[in-house]
Ligand binder design. Structure first.
Ligand SMILES: Cc1cc2nc3c(=O)[nH]c(=O)nc-3n(C[C@H](O)[C@H](O)[C@H](O)COP(=O)(O)OP(=O)(O)OC[C@H]3O[C@@H](n4cnc5c(N)ncnc54)[C@H](O)[C@@H]3O)c2cc1C
Length: 379
């Protein structure tokens, strides 16, 4: 059999690794990505904090070949589910027996008029070091952290960034002259986590003297000013934006998406197309009015289930009991400290959360989280 995985990010790497472990060498596992290296999204926060450099945070995807996974460095340009094949820009058509789509979500800064050039995109790795330099050079003024649309990757990340900025400015001796304010388009901080967790997060940032403004969806950015829907205007000296997100163009062009994202079965991650699965940020799993958040931990959990489903079908072994909607994340607060949140999104009575207070132990666990996965997937 030939299993093709599209995207060598969190979900794709976890899936290809689990498939390789579950299937004999007579089955081919091919992974396609336009990137040459992998870096976890969370590393951007360490770059912002000054604990990492971008240049030392990339792990080459070429390491996949030694793991028995065929890595194709190419751009996926078409998915033809009817003919069970995908098209790569340089390499042409690749046939598959099973397809796993893990192409992620892309920030779309162009959706906010005037943002490019006036604000820093926190989710663009190349902009984080210049952002750090700009923040450290600011002696007096206002930093606006603006979540510019929903959904976006890793819902707590903008709040973590605001607390890291607070810590940086404290250490820099400039916090006294610099205001930090977080603007969110939603009425509460983390809609998917509900009002209680949202209130806890706002209380957490308030403790660091970071002000929270809900219901602020940017319409346009002008020199030194954001204009929100409804006409409210706010000044800034440094704008840290989390742009709205979109799915990769090939997803919409191939007919896999309904609206922006790919709908999947919440338990098996099957799409409506035969032998086509999708995992991670490119999917939409509805949870009542809301949707499963976009985060690596969920992409990974889903990817492992998909691998077991495919291995089960090929080998005739028992498949899994399905994806359980559980995950966790470490919420950084600056000063090499992180809190810990455990989440159960499929709980019958509604999503359930357990929070642990910030500690240096959780911060270290976050580093282990990165290290252990890179070792398993690529080294
Ligand atoms: C600042 C920040 C902090 C974060 N912190 C956390 C955290 O603490 N915990 C957590 O769980 N998650 C965190 N995340 C979120 C996490 O990084 C993403 O949710 C996760 O990477 C999603 O995995 P994925 O496999 O769906 O997509 P990705 O990891 O984005 O992988 C998609 C891959 O597809 C490739 N691709 C896309 N289109 C094409 C194409 N046409 N052709 C070829 N290749 C293509 C891309 O190059 C990419 O490598 C954070 C994200 C950010 C930005």
């Amino acid at each position: 059999m030939r299993i093709v995985v599209l995207g060598a990010g969190f979900g794709g790497l976890a899936c290809a690794t689990a498939l390789r472990k579950g299937l004999g060498q007579d089955h081919r596992i091919i992974i396609v990505d336009r990137k040459k290296s992998f870096m976890m999204g969370l590393v951007k926060l360490w770059i912002l904090a000054g604990n990492r450099r971008l240049a030392e945070s990339q792990t080459p995807l070429a390491g996949l070949d030694a793991k028995g996974i065929e890595y194709v460095n190419d751009e996926v340009t078409r998915i033809d589910a009817a003919a069970k094949r995908i098209h790569a820009k340089d390499g042409g058509w690749i046939d598959y027996d099973y397809l796993v789509v893990a192409l992620g979500a892309e920030p779309a800064p162009e959706k906010i008029e005037g943002f490019a050039g006036r604000g820093f995109n926190l989710y663009d790795a190349a902009q984080v070091e210049p952002l750090r330099d700009r923040l450290l050079a600011l002696k007096k003024g206002r930093v606006a952290v603006s979540i510019m649309g929903m959904p976006y990757k890793c819902p707590p990340a903008p709040y973590e960034a605001a607390m890291i900025i607070n810590d940086m400015l404290e250490k820099n001796g400039t916090r006294g002259g610099v205001e930090v304010e977080l603007f969110a388009p939603s009425p509460i901080a983390l809609p998917v986590a509900g009002p209680k967790v949202s209130a806890d997060v706002v209380e957490m940032i308030n403790k660091y003297n970071i002000h929270f403004s809900p219901n602020c969806k940017p319409k346009a950015v002008r020199d030194g000013e954001i204009e929100f829907d409804g006409g409210r205007r706010e000044k800034f000296d440094v704008l840290v934006g989390i742009p709205p997100h979109k799915s990769p163009a090939v997803i919409k062009e191939s007919g896999l998406a309904q609206g922006e994202w790919i709908p999947v079965d919440k338990s098996t991650l099957k799409t409506q197309f035969e032998n086509v699965y999708a995992v991670g940020d490119v999917t939409e799993i509805k949870l009542g009015q809301l949707a499963m958040p976009k985060a690596g931990i969920f992409a990974e959990g889903q990817a492992k289930v998909v691998a077991q489903e495919i291995v089960g079908e090929i080998t005739g072994k028992q498949a899994t009991s399905g994806y359980d909607g559980q995950g966790f994340c470490f919420v950084e607060v600056g000063g090499r400290m992180a809190g810990y949140v455990q989440a159960d999104f499929y709980n019958a009575q509604g999503p359930l959360f357990r929070l642990e207070q910030p500690s240096p132990v959780h911060y270290e666990e976050k580093h282990d989280f990165e290290r252990s996965r890179i070792k398993e997937w690529l080294l």
